[in-house]
Design a protein around this ligand. Structure first.
Ligand code: ADP
Length: 335
């Protein structure tokens, strides 16, 4: 393989730049040319390519977002769109494509491979950390730290005014990010889609905490928690959010002065943590190794701190196991 391409697609995540840097430099090390695709699959279809050399990825390891930019591209959901994309890649002499993104992007990649023979390898990047076949995805650690930082700041004001705060975290339908940040941030209650909860119980626990001398309460709720009558979508109205609904319940049932904070897109930004840079560097390099070894339709991940090459289909279709023990531990420690 003489020439490969790399793109970032779907929701951006801190560490995507570090992953592109690793792809470029590992490929150069192996004597392979690398092309960057701007704006994900939209750039594949349009042939929006840029040649990347080792200097084009200087000073990006510490930058959030993605300098290749990301886009959502409906045309790539059609076989015609993918055929057009394959033609653009072939015209450029590109034999393999590294896709840095989430499960939607991986679905596009596997269809491209199956229909056109272009070799693809996926690199998991999403703050939600809901992709199977890898312990962690790029961006998750940074987002977790952003939420912890927010909890710390909000706790200062919560303590000063003896208020309860309901904070809403991202994660779409998954609660991995909320659980980890809630435990590490010392939240008094953690509500995630994977675990049923009883609002009376949550309120009683918060009340008991106050009676035992706590002067603040932080309830961290995942955006995807299902509340009766509420359908989760990522672009719903603010006052339909879980945080508002739970905050209102808490206030009505306990009489506590309650405030609501929806963290929103600050969770997707910021300089990647050391851990995310390390993960991105390892996975980006492993993706190049995999392509050069002739692999296709695969996703590189990290399992028990070792590089793991999985069938991309398993990563897309597999359900990442929710750690109930960790959830129980968070409950025990939050008293
Ligand atoms: P993520 O990769 O973060 O899950 P999306 O679901 O938005 O993000 O997917 C990113 C892009 O991948 C889409 O805009 C589209 O171009 C492509 N894609 C997603 N799902 C499919 C699909 N079922 N078939 C083909 N392409 C898809």
């Amino acid at each position: 393989m003489k020439k490969i391409a790399v793109l970032t697609s779907g929701g951006d995540a801190p560490g995507m730049n570090a992953a592109v840097r690793a792809v470029v430099r590992k490929a150069i090390h192996a004597g392979v040319e690398v092309v960057g695709v701007n704006r994900g699959y939209a750039g594949v279809i349009e042939g929006d390519f840029i040649k990347l050399d080792k200097n084009s990825v200087s000073d990006i390891i510490d930058r959030g977002g993605t300098f290749l930019r990301s886009a959502r591209c409906d045309e790539f959901r059609t076989p015609e769109g993918r055929a057009k994309g394959a033609e653009q890649l072939r015209k450029e002499g590109i034999e393999g494509l590294i896709v840095i993104g989430g499960d939607g992007s991986f679905t596009g990649a596997t269809l491209l491979t199956n229909e056109t023979g272009i070799k693809t390898v996926g690199v998991p990047a999403t703050i939600d950390n809901d992709i199977a076949c890898t312990d962690d995805s790029i961006g998750y650690d940074t987002a977790m730290n952003t939420i912890i930082d927010a909890i710390t700041k909000i706790r200062d004001t919560a303590s000063s005014h003896e208020r309860a705060f309901v904070i809403e975290a991202m994660g779409r339908h998954a609660g991995f990010l909320t659980l980890a940040a809630g435990l590490a941030g010392g939240a008094e209650a953690i509500l995630v889609p994977e675990m049923k909860f009883n609002i009376d119980e949550v309120c009683n626990n918060i009340q008991a905490g106050y009676e035992a001398g706590k002067i603040h309460a932080i309830i961290l709720v995942a955006e995807g928690v299902e509340i009766e009558g509420q359908e989760f979508t990522t672009n719903r109205d603010v006052n339909q959010s879980n945080a508002f609904i739970i905050g209102k319940e808490l206030n009505e049932r306990t009489g506590f002065e309650t405030r609501v904070s929806i963290l929103g897109h600050i969770q997707r930004g910021g300089a990647p943590t050391g851990r995310d840079r390390l993960l991105a560097s390892r996975l980006g390099a492993a993706a190049v190794d995999a392509l050069l070894a002739g692999e296709t339709n695969k996703m590189v991940g990290l399992v028990h701190n070792r590089i793991n090459i999985a069938e991309i289909k398993d990563a897309i279709e597999g359900n990442k196991e929710f750690d109930e023990e960790l959830y129980q531990l968070a409950n025990i420690l939050s008293i």
